[in-house]
Design a protein around this ligand. Structure first.
Ligand code: ATP
Ligand code: ATP
Ligand code: MG
Ligand code: MG
Lengths: 226, 226
């Protein structure tokens, strides 16, 4: 389902090269729930961007459902994302000029689905935001924006769900109900779940936890093992 | 130090009025460490914006160090903030066109301090970001942006530190070192600390925890008491 082979990723800035991922390998099976943990700045978001084709590594290969991303052009990668992937970004990336409802309906509108508003309403209700449908992102709390981003990532029932710190702005109770939703949807649609998280409670509910350290992934026995 | 009396805050949108805070009262003594907890969407950020004069309530009064904010104009409130307050925003609000170092130096530059770069470097080192000084916000991880926002809020040694979910994007270890820094600085400069947080570990380290529920603040015995 998701395969990374010998991935090396560097960022170049004026006079400096930062090697974030070094010869990294990773394999996620269909329907697996994997948590990715590691210190701030270790490269978790970078890893997610590579897995979803939004960044490209200097060397190595990424396969999503058998498709090698490095041999696809920008439009083909965008197509793959639209059909098969849902992404919750660490900084949400909501569209400021669209309401919560319009933001959530967007993946369905782009795909030409007829009942996009009804399905957006249903997903917003599942994240507890029925009463905030008409609000624009600037009229929502931090955790409400996060939940709109989550609803948008799930509304088109993607086969792979990537979430970058999906409970970072949520109190414990709301965070737990969001995890319930993610795991329920995974059961309903057989999705694969890849969750970057700082929350041990989230990692503990996954099948496997990978720790990112010094640019490489290590299996861990338990999320809080040090 | 911080006094709120009979604060009622509403947001008006097309055809709807949302009452977020109802007749709310709150008093924080000098050098106290107070945590504010409550569900996503309950009004914590709104409360912080009112306490810092960045929003104005429909009724009630806010006093900071004896100054009634509602009888000050915009410039006077901006002056008060610059001299006496440090704010860590939930969405950071870093300036995209300035490097990490320039962002952190900004409160000192505005205040006309001579050694602003040296002091910015010192604070960046205390949040573990010496090697990221030249990066622009877009070249930083989520937790690194959060730490730059924290450094910027502390660099001018304000008498009151407001922080809106300062550990939301940080792993446990980095989050703990940031809390150490906040509490050390509070000891060094006698600052008052007001922390909005979803993290029980943060609340437990404070002198008092207030829970925001149905628009009002309630004292709690312990952060996780339900
Ligand atoms: N465009 C860029 N140019 C240079 N360096 C970058 C760029 N983007 C990210 N970095 C650096 O790469 C490293 C990894 O960033 P990444 O966002 O993947 O970390 P992360 O593990 O998601 O951290 P966090 O938990 O704080 O979100 C960081 O140290 C960051 O400063
Ligand atoms: N400009 C606005 N117009 C209308 N409603 C708003 C506006 N800003 C915030 N709200 C609403 O006011 C309520 C309180 O928002 P606030 O940002 O204070 O919550 P919060 O407690 O900080 O939540 P979180 O923990 O998710 O950050 C939310 O339900 C939000 O939708
Ligand atoms: Mg990240
Ligand atoms: Mg908030």
């Amino acid at each position: 389902m998701i395969e990374l082979n010998n991935i090396t990723m560097r960022y170049s800035m004026a006079g400096t090269v930062i090697t974030v991922l070094r010869d990294l390998n990773c394999s996620v099976a269909a329907q697996e729930r994997v948590a990715i943990v590691g210190p701030s700045g270790s490269g978790k978001t970078t890893l997610l961007l590579l897995m979803t084709g939004l960044e490209q590594a200097q060397s190595g290969s990424v396969r999503i459902n058998g498709n090698a991303l490095e041999s696809m052009d920008r439009d083909q990668r965008a197509d793959l994302r639209r059909k098969e992937i849902g992404i919750v970004f660490q900084s949400f990336h909501l569209i400021p000029s669209l309401s919560a409802r319009e933001n959530v309906a967007l993946p369905l509108d782009i795909g030409g689905t007829a009942d996009s508003s009804a399905r957006a309403d249903e997903m917003l209700s599942r994240v507890g935001l029925s009463e905030r449908r008409a609000h624009y992102p600037a009229q929502l709390s931090g955790g409400e924006q996060q939940r709109v981003a989550i609803a948008r990532a799930l509304v088109h029932r993607p086969g792979i769900i990537f979430a970058d710190e999906p409970t970072g702005n949520l109190d414990e109770a709301t965070g737990q109900s969001i995890m319930e939703l993610l795991f329920d949807l995974k059961k309903e649609s057989g999705a694969t779940l890849l969750l970057v998280t700082h929350d041990p409670a989230v990692a503990m509910r996954c099948d496997r936890t990978l720790r990112l350290q010094e640019g490489r992934l290590h299996d861990t026995a338990a999320p809080s093992s040090e």
